[in-house]
Design a protein around this ligand. Structure first.
Ligand code: GDP
Length: 852
């Protein structure tokens, strides 16, 4: 190679030789090249000189050294040129294809836009029609109502409200036009105001211009042939591509060296969401990606075209290129969620939602149970209540109340933290024998912070040691002045045990709710809040939703937090399937694609596509947020973080629990553990069995996995063994908290630890008179020991924990059954066993703890 280079230089020095060389290109085109003028180029296409195999092969024709050399050089040149031309052609061909693709896309966009405009127009028309119709209907309704009023006026005052509940039925036909009208009105405003569709229009035009300009923006000048024209026109193929390329090069150079012809710059309105991929930004500005990347580099940002930059950075770039930024929010996908204010006339009274709060052991659960037992069981036929996280009762005076069945502050606060304020009234339970305690004060602060009115239930008044007056006086110190102390806050003396004062309490709540004048519009698309969610065996993800506005119906499509779905079934607090649920009604919703979290907001939307789009957007947004929180962006932050890391020992944890409520409670408890030196960090929490991915995450972050009433599935167990990940199981939150506390503070004393000694699977269930249900099992792992503790697992969720009443091998009572053998087992005081359930057999031992 160096040899040929040397010779080439030699040849050049030898002086110019002129001559014509016939170049042949692929596709049978030929061209004459004047060698002399081109000779200088010999130096240029160095790569050509590097591998001129073809050229070398054809050597040796001429006689003289110089001549043969010349010949060779010419051949080399020829080959190089041919290659160059081929490459250029290939590039042009690619460009042409790209251009075609762009054109096609543009046409698509145009078509879509047209369609959209038409649709908007139609929607507007329809909205107008509907509006007219609605007005007419409203008129008719009003007239009707007036007539009814006249008719009803004769009856008793209380009954006057009776027709009310029937109203939704009367109004049945109304919802559709009203809803449609609302939706259409939305569409109308959107196309009217500076809203997405218009933005889309503008965007579309931008793209048009953009496409029109294409890569040949530089060649757009008067009379000159643009690359576009050249390539799309039929004669484009006839033109020498190399010439085209040269021309382009010339133009580019001219442009770069600041040509005197000013580039007419199209100033664009560039839409930028909260984060935008660099290539997309370039596309929207109709600038070259490379230029944008370069510009970013100048600003000190090393990014590739596939990375995202934030809105502010994008703004700098856009300004740099002389365009205008139009900030849009990705959240626009959420615009389809109906947020139209309800009209006063659509609003109807709704039941209040009540949360019971108070210090531990002051009787919150007992009170909830007492109210339910007194009101629901007695009132309903069948009367089996189902725990779905909330229930409704009707007071003697006919007011319906919705109670949240998850007492305590954790649920209340975590829901509020997520923006779901569902509670209208707080019942503060204070035990008359214990008076105001720390969590009582906490509860007072919570309800004050949320601006929720309070009613004080002084509980355990049946006890001889009860001192209700003490409670009232102590509450004064916390600025809760009850009515008995001539304040505003209602107080009722109750006993969850004897039922004393329960009716009074319910009436107090009813009165309070009347004062609040709670209203909602049952005719609109439903929105609500998740108060509990879990992955149910057999039913899939199930969420208890408290409808807050509108009416949720079977078949509705919804988005809830980062999940979406279509209502497959609704189950009320009595366990009955229902077709719909109106404001303040709690229902179990089936048909979700994943398990949402307590506090997530549910919104009904029109189409599955919308629901999916919103859910996807939220997932992405959450991811971005986490990434943003995790990445220390500036050095200052980084240093601060490093410093913090240095001083604070972190104990990372992964928490898996059987229900969302427990998971939240654990996380909250964990967050409270720690001081300046040590902190607990829950890196992941979830509902359901511990999976391999949990173990993977645990390994990656050197964290133990805490299972609360859940177990690891087999692959996860294996993975944990392999990777040395610690999995701990708990069924009492306090135990978990205590353990973590101990670990966190380094107080690792000896502890009672459970060892799993075996697993058995239930094959059959027999009924044996005198004994009850007996499980016919096979020991699948380890041993079953009569003396050991047992747990019943159904789908890796703990259903029961206790001891064995009997362990039989054939007919004999035995102490131990080995793996692989069949046996009969029955639980002490527990009967709900089913085939395919798994029995976990464990023993407790005292061991030295090591959790670091
Ligand atoms: P929570 O922790 O606030 O939910 O309290 P619980 O409802 O679990 O009650 C704690 C204890 O107080 C239980 O042993 C109940 O039996 C008892 N308890 C609850 N209400 C009453 C009551 O009205 N009278 C009496 N004597 N005991 C009660």
């Amino acid at each position: 190679m160096s040899d040929s280079d040397g010779k080439k230089t030699l040849g050049l020095r030898g002086g110019p030789r002129s001559g014509q060389v016939k170049q042949s290109f692929s596709h049978g085109r030929t061209k004459n090249v004047v060698v002399e003028t081109k000779r200088k180029r010999v130096v240029v296409p160095k790569p050509g000189a590097g591998k001129p195999g073809a050229a070398q092969g054809g050597q040796g024709k001429a006689g003289g050294v110089t001549d043969s050399e010349m010949e060779r050089r010419l051949k080399a040149l020829q080959a190089a040129k041919a290659r160059e031309a081929d490459e250029a052609k290939q590039r042009a061909e690619d460009e042409r294809r790209r251009e075609e693709e762009r054109k096609r896309r543009r046409e698509e966009i145009e078509a879509k836009e047209r369609e959209e405009k038409e649709r908007a127009e139609r929607a507007r028309q329809k909205a107008e029609d509907d509006e007219r119709k609605r007005k007419e209907e409203a008129e008719a309704r009003k007239r009707e109502a007036e007539e009814r009023k006249k008719a009803v006026l004769g009856t008793k005052g209380r009954n006057a409200s009776k027709p009310e509940p029937k109203k939704p039925a009367d109004k049945k036909p109304a919802p559709t036009p009203a809803d449609a009208q609302a939706a259409e009105a939305g569409a109308g405003t959107r196309s009217g105001g500076p809203k997405p569709s218009q933005r889309r229009d503008r965007d579309g035009q931008d793209k048009d211009r953009n496409r029109g300009k294409g890569k040949g923006g530089d060649g757009r000048r008067s009379g000159k042939l643009t690359l576009n024209q050249a390539l799309s026109g039929g004669d484009g193929r006839q033109r020498s591509v190399a010439a085209m390329k040269r021309k382009q090069e010339r133009l580019r150079q001219k442009a770069m060296s600041g040509s005197n012809e000013p580039r007419e710059k199209v100033v664009r309105d560039v839409q930028v969401p909260e984060a935008i991929v660099v290539s997309e930004l370039a596309n929207r500005m109709a600038e070259r990606v490379a230029d944008v990347v370069k510009e970013l580099m100048k600003m000190g940002m090393m990014v590739t075209q596939n990375q995202s930059i934030d809105q502010d950075t994008a703004e700098l770039i856009i300004e740099e290129f002389g365009h205008n930024i139009v900030r849009v929010s990705d959240a626009d996908v959420e615009d389809v969620i109906d947020t139209v204010e309800d009209k006063e006339e659509d609003l109807q009274p709704r039941p209040p939602v009540i949360t019971i709060m108070g210090h531990v052991d002051h009787g919150k659960t007992s009170l909830l149970d007492a109210i339910r037992d007194a009101k629901v069981v007695a009132g309903e036929a069948g009367g089996i209540t189902q725990h779905i996280g909330a229930y409704q009762v009707t007071t003697d005076s006919g007011t319906v109340l919705s109670f949240l069945d998850t007492p305590g502050h954790a649920a209340f606060t975590s829901m509020r933290a997520r923006g779901a304020q569902v509670t209208d009234i707080v019942v503060l339970v204070v035990a008359a024998d214990d008076s105001v305690m720390p969590q009582t004060i906490e509860a007072i602060n919570h309800s004050k912070a949320a601006g929720v009115p309070m009613i004080v239930a002084i509980n355990k008044c049946d006890k001889p040691t009860a001192d209700p007056m003490k409670v009232r006086t102590e509450l004064l110190q916390h600025e809760v002045i009850v009515e008995a102390m001539s304040g505003e806050v209602q107080d009722v003396e109750v006993s969850a045990h004897t039922g004393q004062g329960l009716d009074e309490l319910l009436e107090a709540i009813a009165l309070q709710s009347e004062i609040l004048e709670l209203k909602a519009n049952p005719t609109r698309a439903a929105s609500g809040a998740v108060i509990e969610a879990q992955l149910d065996v057999g039913r899939g993800p199930v969420a208890t939703v408290l409808v807050q506005n509108g009416t949720l119906r079977q078949g509705d499509i919804f988005v809830v937090g980062e999940q979406w779905g279509k209502v497959r079934a609704l189950v009320n607090d009595k366990g009955d399937r229902v077709q719909e649920a109106g404001p303040s009604v709690p229902v179990e919703v089936l048909g979700l694609n994943g398990t949402p979290e307590a506090g997530d907001v549910l919104n009904v939307v029109d189409t599955e596509a919308q629901a999916r789009e919103i859910a996807d957007y939220r997932i992405q947004a959450a991811k971005d947020k986490r990434a943003a929180a995790g990445a220390a962006t500036t050095l200052d932050q980084m240093m601060a973080k490093a410093k913090a890391d240095e001083n604070v020992a972190e104990l990372p944890l992964i928490v898996k629990a059987d229900v969302q409520g427990s998971a939240e409670a654990i996380v909250q408890a964990m967050e409270k553990i720690g001081n300046d030196e040590v902190r607990v960090r829950v890196i992941h929490t979830g509902v359901g069995a511990i999976t391999e991915s949990d173990v993977g995450l645990a390994e990656a972050s050197s964290a133990p996995v805490m299972g609360f009433n859940v177990r690891a599935n087999a692959p996860a167990r294996n993975a944990a063994n392999q990777k040395g990940v610690e999995i701990r199981y708990y069924s009492v939150i306090y135990d978990l908290v205590d353990d973590v506390k101990a670990a966190a503070s380094g107080l690792l004393s000896a502890e009672i630890r459970e060892n799993f000694i075996g697993y058995a699977e239930i094959k059959e269930v027999f009924k044996v008179s005198g004994v009850g249900k007996v499980a016919g099992c096979i020991v699948t792992e380890g041993v079953a020991r009569r003396s050991a503790g047992v747990r019943l697992l159904r789908d890796n969720v703990v259903i029961h924990e206790g001891t064995l009443k009997t362990l039989k091998r054939f007919k004999d009572e035995v102490a131990e059954v080995q793996s692989g053998q069949e046996c009969g087992m029955a639980f002490e005081n527990y009967d709900d066993i089913r085939p395919a359930d798994v029995i976990e057999i464990f023993e407790r031992e005292e061991i030295e703890r090591k959790l670091d």
